[in-house]
Write a protein that binds this ligand. Structure first.
Ligand code: UT7
Length: 325
C-alpha cells in the first residue's frame, strides 16, 4: 500500500503586543523618519503586526503553536517522532530551535532539527517531513514555522521595519493510506543572496558585519511574482491537477499585491485567497502555517479541501506544496 502524509492538526500563536501602522509611524516620527498608515496599507496591505517581548524566543512562540496543533490532532507530545522548525531567527547560533522546543514540549529522543530557507522555510520543512514520512523514517511529525523578525529589523530603515512581524504556526503531519500531500516543488538560486539578507555573523566574540535585515524590495517583488506562478504550476502538473482544482491559495504573506497577482495568474477568485498579512505583517517562515491555522479555525478551510501553499524569500528560495487537507 502506498504511504502518504496528511495534515491532522494545525495551531498558531501570536505574541500579545499588537503594533498598528499608526503606532509605528509615531515611533518613527519621533526619530524624524516619515511613514504613514496610508503608505503601508496601499503598498503592502499590512495594517498591524505583533512583536514579541525581548525575552521571548522563536522556540517559545513555536512551542505554543505546536501545543495547539497537537491538541487539534488529538495527539500527546510523546507520540511525535520528528520535529522540524523552519526559522531564520533561531534562539541561539546552536543548538537548533527544534531541540530547544522539543525540551519545552517535555519530550526527548525523537529527531529534531531546523530548516533555514527564510520565507520559504515552511514549504521546505513540510516537504522534508513529507519525504521522511513517505520513506518510513517518521510517522508523526511536528512541522513548525517560528520567527522573531523584530530582532533583526533596523527601526531606522522605513523601507523594511514596517513590513515584518513575529509569530509561529505549526502542523501535525501523520502517515496515512490516502493523500494528504499531493506534490511538492522546491527551488533556490543563490546568485540573488544580496537582495534579501542579514549579512552579519558572530565571530571572535562580536558581531561581524551588519546584523540587520537588508532588502531590495523591488527586486524581490519582481522575482516573487514569477516564481510563485511557476512553482504552483509545477505542483499541479506533478499531481495531474489544474488551477480549477485548488480550493484555497495560501501564499507567503509578504505583500497583498504579490498575493493577488499570483491568484490572478492561477485564475482564482480573490475570495479563495487566504489573507492574514493585514493583521500579521510578514512573519517569514511562520506566515503560511499562521494563515493556514487562522483559515481552519475560522471555518473557511474544511476537511477534503485542496490547498496550494507557496513560499518565496531570501536565498533566493521558493517552492509550493499542493495537498488535500
Ligand atoms: O518575505 C520575502 C518576500 N518579500 C517580499 O515579497 C517583499 C517584496 N517587495 C515589496 O513588497 C515592495 O517592494 C515594498 C513594499 C518593499 C516596497 O513597495 P514599492 O511599491 O516597491 O515601493 P518602492 O520601494 O518603489 O518605494 C516607493 C517610494 C520611495 O520613495 P521615492 O523614491 O519614490 O521618493 C520610497 O523611499 O516609497 C518610499 N518608501 C516609503 N514611504 C513611506 C519606502 N518605504 C516607505 C515607508 N513609508 N515605510
Amino acid at each position: 500500500m502506498t504511504r502518504y502524509s496528511r495534515i491532522t492538526g494545525t495551531g498558531s500563536y501570536l505574541p500579545p503586543r499588537r503594533v498598528t501602522n499608526a503606532d509605528l509611524a509615531a515611533d518613527l516620527a519621533a526619530k524624524g523618519i516619515e511613514t504613514s498608515d496610508e503608505w503601508i496599507i496601499e503598498r503592502t496591505g499590512i495594517r498591524a503586526r505583533h512583536f514579541a517581548a525581548p525575552d521571548v524566543t522563536s522556540s517559545d512562540l513555536g512551542a505554543h503553536a505546536a501545543r495547539a496543533a497537537l491538541e487539534s490532532a488529538g495527539l500527546k507530545a510523546g507520540e511525535i517522532d520528528l520535529i522540524i522548525v523552519a526559522t531564520s531567527t533561531p534562539d541561539m547560533v546552536f543548538p537548533s530551535a527544534a531541540c530547544i522546543l522539543q525540551n519545552k514540549l517535555g519530550i526527548a529522543g525523537c529527531a529534531a532539527f531546523d530548516v533555514q530557507a527564510v520565507c520559504s522555510g515552511f514549504v521546505y520543512a513540510l516537504t522534508v517531513a513529507d519525504s521522511m514520512i513517505k520513506t518510513g523514517s517518521a510517522n508523526k511529525a511536528l512541522v513548525i514555522g517560528a520567527e522573531v523578525f523584530s530582532r533583526i529589523l533596523d527601526f531606522n530603515d522605513r523601507t523594511t521595519c514596517v513590513l515584518f512581524g513575529d509569530g509561529a504556526g505549526a502542523v501535525v503531519l501523520e502517515a496515512s493510506d490516502t493523500p494528504g500531500i499531493l506534490a511538492t516543488d522546491l527551488h533556490a538560486d543563490g546568485k540573488h543572496v544580496g537582495i534579501l539578507c542579514v549579512p552579519g555573523t558572530v565571530s571572535g566574540g562580536a558581531v561581524l558585519g551588519d546584523p540587520f535585515l537588508k532588502m531590495d524590495g523591488q527586486a524581490v517583488f519582481k522575482l516573487a511574482v514569477g516564481v510563485l506562478e511557476s512553482a504552483a504550476r509545477a505542483t499541479l502538473a506533478k499531481a495531474g491537477k489544474t488551477d480549477a482544482d485548488i480550493d484555497w491559495l495560501i501564499p507567503h504573506q509578504a505583500n497583498i499585491r504579490i498575493m493577488q497577482g499570483t491568484a490572478k495568474k492561477l485564475k482564482m477568485p480573490l475570495d479563495k485567497l487566504i489573507v492574514t498579512v493585514d493583521e500579521h505583517g510578514n512573519t517569514s517562515a511562520a506566515s503560511i502555517p499562521l494563515a493556514l491555522d487562522a483559515a481552519v479555525r475560522s471555518g473557511k478551510i474544511k476537511k477534503g479541501d485542496t490547498l496550494m501553499l507557496e513560499g518565496v524569500g531570501g536565498g533566493f528560495t521558493w517552492g509550493a506544496v499542493l495537498l488535500d487537507f
